[in-house]
Design a protein. Structure first.
Length: 81
């Protein structure tokens, strides 16, 4: 249906949009919630699973209901169902 209406899949299916700049900055859109946060790991709830970000000195520069910005040294990103 999204292809027929020519609508973006992220809007219709609430899929996350993850934009990474190098290893030091990450923007995440369409997440559902924050499950766990410390300076080495951030676990987010997605509509279909979870997103785990591992690294060093991780910080949430900002977060809203729609998006967030994470900075620090990003070493690993893992999607789980």
């Amino acid at each position: 249906m999204t292809e027929h209406l020519d609508l973006p899949k992220d809007l219709m299916l609430c899929e996350p949009i993850v934009t990474i700049t190098g290893r030091s900055e990450m923007l995440i859109e369409n997440y559902s919630g924050i499950l766990n946060f410390d300076t080495d790991r951030i676990r987010l709830s997605l509509k279909h699973g979870q997103l785990l970000i591992c690294g060093k000195d991780l910080r949430m520069e900002y977060y809203t209901n729609a998006d967030m910005k994470i900075t620090g040294t990003i070493n690993q990103i893992q999607y789980t169902m």
